[in-house]
Ligand binder design. Sequence first.
Ligand code: PLP
Length: 386
Amino acid sequence: MHEDLSPETLAVTAGRPERRRGGPVNPPVVLSSTYVSSGPPVPGELLYARAGTETWQSFELALGALERSARPGIVFGSGMAAISATFSVLAAGSRVVVPRHAYQLTLALVADLRERTGLRVTSVDLADTEAVLAAVRGGAEGPAALLWVESPTNPMLEVADLPALVAGAHEVGALVAVDNTFATPLGQRPLTVGADLVVHSVTKYLAGHSDVVLGAVLADDEALHTRITAYRTLHGAIAGPWEVWLALRGLRTLALRVERSQASAAVLAARLVEHPAVAEVRHPSLPGDPGHARATALLDGYGSILGVRPHGGPQAADRVVEAVRLWVPATSLGGVESSLERRRRFATEAPTVPEDLLRLSVGIEDVEDLWRDLDQALRAGTSLVG
Ligand code: PLP
């Protein structure tokens, strides 16, 4: 229905109430746990707020339009609830292929499912397309049921060749699920290249103001969409109406926020490469970055997450985090405020993530203010004078 509009426009226009004189331009927040009803339920009828609300529907329509999905999104109480719902489509004892670097709790969930339900797990370097597809085909143990993709990956920023992975996985009947949190629907729309499932931590860029925790799943296929929706109702991991309304409000400025923060991230990345206190910088905008060519070909924009390794090891990295004044030392990402953390401070982060890696989430502040603060913190943390 929205095919002729760009994602930037859809972020503003989709999910609005029908235009009528005297009507509101925004959907109302509806605070009601139940709806007036009697007799056998009519398909699509609102009955009870664990199964669906008007406030969800507005957000779900907007997200569905942005991801160019044939169906509305399915909103959840967190990104992890959305990810758990996605893994629920697998039969017991299935095999999944997962990136060795991905959001740490996605990998923790997979490990938990392996322990408790016999899920079989193959871990791969997502940037190595041949290795991923060999793992999906599986040789003697047979093809995987699901390939899990994050692109760019959290926190290593590896970029997957998504069209090739989808084509290869579908050849052997594997489903492909993509965590599109980092790229956002402005950067890539995985359903349009054939992915079966898309998940978001709505907490991050979509909501964009670090004031809600929410998630969402998208699926074009009717059976998958019905299954995920039923999982939400059965497991009850639902979102509150206020949070979803805030996320829709945040979504309206997605394009402005993403454009600004990406532009600033590219400026900072280029300067950080030259910084005497910095040993390594990861950002797909950098011509020397391993993900550069693929991101240029496949993504609309390089994103606003940076990986930075200061000289002096993890202790120096910790001191840099302590020394910032404008940047916020905090986990999470995708908010209007710039933040940073050393990822290996979490024992659960993948051991192949360097101990001294700082993950920076660039917000929408003035880039020169961000640079000055980062520069002084890097100098202070690594004991460089001047
Ligand atoms: N996916 C990615 C890529 C994330 O970075 C995160 C959170 O950091 C999640 C999923 C989990 O989302 P939530 O924190 O909303 O449960």
